[in-house]
Design a protein around this ligand. Structure first.
Ligand code: NDP
Length: 244
């Protein structure tokens, strides 16, 4: 097993849920975490918490929808630390609704954040990782990358796409590690983005049984701590008591 000590790890969507738990977990294992999201006050509080616990963390405002913003985020980390060991493309939104509701803006939002955001994250670090000859790209997909549920067609489409992107990237490189992490229902703020009343009610039932975001964070740490020649290509982590 490798230690995470002194690894430089970028995490998108680190202001809540799985991203924040991953920041705490990786920092506690010795990594220096560079945290991005739009709610910077949340990020600043998280950095203070990690530093107070003896860890190393930095925060920077990031909107993954903007390729320039994403590139600036990665370039900042590279300028400060001299290398990028890993990125966790975690930022995501889930405004579910039936297709018949025609919530085109929300479809676009999911495609922009969940799919284009991951592509922007890959593009921002790939040249650096190829130049370095090492690097680890962790993309957070979902059990929604494996099966589709009513009201989640577009969300699942973005997550199937994240799965496909991850597999394609893994096949195209023999020096970088690529992991797709697919969580089942996990306690977080994710369902707060649902505006469709019926979908929100359905989700309350669907998300009755959840795991803590720390469980997903440990799965990410597990993939990162493997020996350099071992690629944990996919981890599915879900509640024992959930059928999904
Ligand atoms: P949260 O809503 O708690 O966290 C989502 C994070 O994404 C926030 O930090 C938010 O930060 C960030 N984010 C959203 N839009 C943007 C943006 N444009 N630019 C930068 N950051 C953004 O939900 P989770 O922790 O659950 O979600 C994390 C990932 O896990 C998502 O990809 C989600 O699809 C996936 N997932 C979650 C599951 C669950 O049950 N919770 C199950 C399966 C997958 P901010 O608003 O500050 O920008």
């Amino acid at each position: 097993m490798q230690t995470l000590t002194d690894r430089i790890i970028l995490i998108t969507g680190a202001s809540s849920g799985i991203g924040a738990a991953t920041a705490r977990e990786l920092a506690a294992r010795g990594a220096t975490v560079v945290l991005g999201a739009r709610r910077t006050e949340r990020l600043d509080a998280l950095v203070a918490e990690i530093v107070a616990a003896g860890g190393r963390a930095q925060a920077r405002a990031l909107d993954v929808v903007s390729p320039d913003d994403m590139q600036a985020f990665a370039d900042h980390a590279l300028a400060v630390y001299g290398r990028i060991d890993a990125i966790v493309n975690n930022a995501g939104v889930m405004p579910l609704s039936p297709l018949s509701a025609l919530k085109r803006d929300e479809w676009d939002r999911m495609i922009d954040v969940n799919l284009r955001g991951v592509l922007h994250g890959i593009a921002a670090v790939l040249p650096t990782m190829e130049r370095q000859g090492f690097g680890h790209v962790v993309n957070v997909a979902s059990i929604g990358a494996h099966r589709v549920f009513p009201t989640s067609a577009v969300y699942c489409a973005t997550k199937y796409a994240v799965w496909a992107l991850s597999e394609g990237l893994r096949q195209e490189t023999d020096r970088l590690r690529v992991t797709v992490v697919s969580p089942g229902t996990t306690t977080s703020e994710l369902a707060d983005t649902i505006t469709h009343t019926g979908a929100a009610e359905g989700m309350r039932d669907f998300r009755r049984i959840t795991i803590a975001p720390e469980a997903v964070a440990r799965a990410i740490a597990y993939a990162m701590e493997q020996p350099a020649d071992v690629d944990v290509s996919e981890v599915v982590v879900r509640p024992v008591a959930s059928p999904y």
